[in-house]
Design a protein around this ligand. Sequence first.
Ligand code: ADP
Length: 443
Amino acid sequence: MSLIKSLIPQKIHQERKNFRSVYSIIIVNLIILTVSLFFVPIFLSINFVAGAYIMFYSSLATLGYILILNLNKNLNISGNYFIFQIISICLSMMYFTGGISSPYLLWLFCISPVSFFFFREKTAFFWTGIIISSLLIFTVSQLLGYPFEQRLTPIVLNITWTISFLFGVFIFVSTFRNFQKGINKVNQKLIKINSELKNSNQELERFAYIASHDLKSPLRSIISFITLFNKRYKNQIDENGQEFLDIIATNAEQMQHLIEDILEYSQSKNRELKKEKVDLNKVLKQIVSHIDSHDFYLDGKIQVSSLPIIESDFTVFKQLFQNLIENGLKYNHGPHKLVSIQYLEKKTELYFLIKDNGIGMEEAYFEKIFEMFQRLHNKSEYQGTGIGLAVCKKIIQNLGGNIWVTSKLNEGSIFHITFPKSILWTEKKAPYKNEKNLIEMES
Ligand code: ADP
């Protein structure tokens, strides 16, 4: 899709409304061209010369229009040519069908409003001026007795039609070639941009890793010294001093979490994944007992359906589910916090649902929350770094899976995860999802 977009001339891109009208004109023109190529000889053979004229002039104008569009890809010139095309067809048809009393006069009058639809006032007035002056010339020449009659014989028409046909073939071929060239150019550009992006991404990841890794040890010693200071001099500092110290300690801890999360994120892509037998039921058991041991999640309840055995990395999956479950309990201030993990084995993929009855979120944030440092709440409301879901997404994508969220504000969220079925442990068939078989674990 983006490839096709990049092939569209920039100007048309910018003027979306006109863009649609220009492309619809091309389609209409192509239809006219194709139809006229077939109909002109048919009309001539049945002696319907007027029909042949209409088709002939339309096809000529169409060819010119496509040629100009093909050469310059400029919206204004193309639009101007479109109006020019209609005016020439109308005037030619009037010339052959009775001049000022011709029914094509009505068509000519329609062009002005059409040009106002396409252009800004200045251009539209220009075309209206052309139409009025042509009409004046027409009227004067008719009043002076200039004969308006059909001048082209079918033979001349046939010859010019053949030329127009060859011209059309040439334009189609050159358009196609231009298109191919455009695709090749865009492809090369894409390859270049891709490799540049890859390099800068790698550099950024390396930077994040080194920075967070090197910050870890000085920060650890700051935290240990704060603790030591607290222990040794607790009785010697006044209330204000103690408050300052507590603030320093809290901030240092926040910084430690942030550094650990950044480190985790920068490692999550390049980490070598183990290929071991992982019973996800065991993974969840460990997570639940970890959550149990936290006072913070005291009033939370976790429901887990029967999960499969897979071939992957135990630690990575633990990290993934733990992140999502803890979020489900953290972003939740109901009296009965509940997170349920459900599993479905689909035809080609493994499908997990992590449901909570928490605060939920608006649809506008469904994609944003998976980006680095994107938080919907500030630290005073909920602790966090805004990295957890970005790590989850990276882990899942590395495994060829996908993650997305559906949610309703104040009603809860559902995190959907899919993995290719190939990660299932093959020795033994994994248990199938059975909703009745929910193992309830209180935390
Ligand atoms: P953190 O929790 O450290 O802020 P995350 O990447 O895990 O970072 O989450 C990003 C943001 O998405 C959170 O700040 C929160 O606003 C929102 N969010 C995540 N999980 C949930 C959830 N289960 N319910 C509502 N909002 C959530």
